[in-house]
Design a protein around this ligand. Sequence first.
Ligand SMILES: Cc1ncc(COP(=O)(O)O)c(C=O)c1O
Length: 454
Amino acid sequence: MQQRGEDLLEAARKELRDSRPLGAAHHERASRVLPRGTTRARFWEPMPIYVKKAQGAYLTDVDGRDYCDFNLGQGALVLGHAHPAVVAALEAQLERGTHFGPPTHNRIQLAELIVESVPGADRVAFVNSGTEATMGALRIARKATGRSKVGKVEGGWHGANEFVLHSFTTLSGDAARPDANLDSLGVSSVATKNVIVLPFNDERAFDRIREARDELACVIVEPVLGGGGCLPAEPSFLEGLRAVCSEIGAVLILDEVITGYRLGPRGAAGRYGVTGDLTTLGKAAGGGLPIGVICGRGDLMDETMWPASGAPGDAVFAGGTFSGNPMTMAAGVATVGELVHHAEHYRHLEELGEGLRVGLRRALCEVGAPAFVTGVGSMVGVHFCGTMPSNERDLVTTDHVAAQLLRVYLELDGFISRGLSFLSTAHTGEDVHRLVAAYERALRRLQTEGALGA
Ligand SMILES: Cc1ncc(COP(=O)(O)O)c(C=O)c1O
């Protein structure tokens, strides 16, 4: 069966390559200068979609094929592609200049919008990626507590910084006390020694945190595991983390790089009613341009980033050449302003998300496919695993061949939807119906080919 699945996958990938000759030529060219043509090859076998342009919920590739896009720049584009307000803001800034070093008015505007909307955000620091944001947040936590260790949950993704690049997909050890396993080679072993991996949606995590009370600087957690499979935290799990961090004096970092401005104007924190000491944002906050944001308690950020001594050696550094650059700030102000001040966007996103989950469950049931639908708001996951997953260990049984085949069949059919789908305000109910119908076609093809339920 395994061999049959691999053969089907190879045939589907060939179909994709053959039907997109210009894309295939781009990929061949890219492979001469980029590792395997793209550093994100894992997601896009046999080749990424080479994009010509995109507008709203739709994207066109270099072969002229249109796709309804449910990936949206890894979830960043909550307003869809090339939203008119974002384009206008970028054009206006472009005329004034793209990069100065000294700050601009729109940097203050975006910081004010974030303070207004993110629970617990008194201060804001801008960097250029989610990775830098989580890195800076960990440093603030270490400096504030004088402790060195970092707690992260199994299956949590917080970007490429050394300390959190552990146990995302490499799972081992007792479920209650997972091992810290590196997700990348080349990381210093010092990082691994300072990581405590916690079970997700499991209250035994709280005991582990208490045991480490003298050395644990912080716990970092996504309210909904995004890259780890669109798995929402149980409210009691987040509340428990909040309580136990306060109890032992550790900093709770809510990593809302995906969920910020996606799950509501106040992010997942507003939805769950749980406030982090620090919150990290990215993706949507930059309106489609590179961004990372560290925000949180004024005392924590002021004292660590600008200590009373004023000595640079006493301060946590977070920033860089392009941090808070005016183009990102312009797109961020346009996007965040639109989302925070128009509650109707979130009603629309909720309806679309719920419609997609219900439609996919019905399609899976009608086809008799052994898969489960997860998610919350405008994040929707589909999993070919044996049980309704609530943490990363439940996903160990995932049939990756079926999942890959499904993704390629959807792409052949004009839909970009990986295991985790994102919705934007530009999508319509009709787009969701069409995606459900495409899933049904793809699932029936898998069934006919004998690739389901191996
Ligand atoms: C929750 C979360 N945190 C951090 C990051 C890292 O962000 P970036 O890719 O911008 O470095 C990501 C990226 O997907 C993410 O999903």
